[in-house]
Design a protein around this ligand. Structure first.
Ligand code: GLN
Length: 306
């Protein structure tokens, strides 16, 4: 099917741009407030090498929890299916930073995309990488062919100064034996991962391997096996938006992942990735306009997976 991406994205952007944005910029990480709240960018990358961006698609922002997909991908590549002895694959139905299920579940987080799960993934990476911070950055730079991707030490330090809930999560999981390293090292690495900054263009390019059966688009080298890629996409579909995951599947119909910096990336296997950024968040911690844009986009293009 020949798709006129440009006109669909442009028309959808115009429609959503002037909506009354009911969201609020995240402030529990103090540095995240220093952003233009009205920023709004979109970028699409297809596996046929079509690229199209509109609005603030080239402005870097804090990707926060979107990094959880990348840390899962590297940990999955390194340890394979043994990873699922340390965490589950079920939607939590709770907020991203919730502590409540961990006691009943004996320190096994429900999935890798809530904070508890991503903290366990950080612990796994710490156990397997020589220089975790550098090695992880090399991993994403090589996937993206983009040496400019980097952490923000400013955002990481800001989250560290206020991340008491994550400290509690990490120590609680440690008490059940599901954190093997020193909690402060695990948290430092976790805050670094969350501080990654990139633009919608960079984000949509980086995620193309998940639309390409786990293979690097230009070299065709496997980053994940096709079965692992299927599973990462399945987890994004079922768990990518915390207690709004059902709603995202219902309205947008794509695997995706959000972050409290206001970014969302969504993947249509074998077709395209699309990244949206608008910093004001709805009550569930997901970008208000980002959700609205993607809903209108898949409805207009008829290109959801369903
Ligand atoms: N770094 C953030 C936190 O741990 C990530 C949360 C998010 O983006 N949903 O709270």
């Amino acid at each position: 099917m020949q798709v006129n991406w440009e006109s669909i994205i442009q028309a959808t952007y115009e429609k959503v741009k002037d909506l009354d944005d009911k969201g609020v910029v995240a402030s529990y990480i103090p540095e995240l407030v220093h952003v233009n709240p009205d920023s709004f960018g979109v970028h699409l990358s297809t596996i046929d090498h079509i690229q199209y961006g509109v609005g603030h698609f080239d402005v870097k922002f804090s990707i926060q929890s979107i990094a959880k997909v990348l840390s899962l991908s590297l940990a999955y590549q390194i340890v394979g299916d043994k990873i699922w002895t340390r965490l589950g694959v079920e939607p939590s139905g709770t907020a991203f930073n919730s502590l409540v299920q961990l006691e009943a579940d004996k320190g096994i987080p429900r999935n890798p995309f809530i904070n508890a799960g991503a903290i366990v993934i950080s612990d796994i990476l710490l156990s397997h990488l020589k220089n975790p911070k550098d090695d992880f950055l090399s991993f994403i730079r090589s996937i993206a062919n983009n040496p400019e991707l980097d952490y923000s030490s400013r955002i990481a330090a800001s989250e560290k100064s206020a991340g008491f809930l994550n400290v509690a999560l990490c120590n609680f999981i440690k008490s059940f034996g599901n954190i093997h390293n020193d909690p402060s090292d695990v948290l430092d690495f976790y805050f670094d991962l969350c501080s990654l900054e990139m633009s919608c263009r960079e984000l949509s390019e980086l995620f193309l391997f998940l639309a390409n059966n786990g293979r690097h688009l230009s070299t065709n080298k496997p980053i994940l096996t096709s079965s692992q890629c299927k599973r990462v996409n399945a987890l994004m579909q079922t768990c990518g938006f915390y207690d709004e995951s059902g709603e995202f599947a219902f309205k947008v119909g794509l695997p995706g992942k959000s972050g409290v910096g206001g970014g969302i990336v969504a993947v249509h296997p074998n077709q395209y990735t699309i990244a949206v950024w608008s910093p004001k968040l709805n009550g569930k911690g997901n970008s208000y306009k980002g959700m609205r844009f993607l809903e209108a986009f898949t409805t207009e293009s008829q290109l959801s997976i369903f």
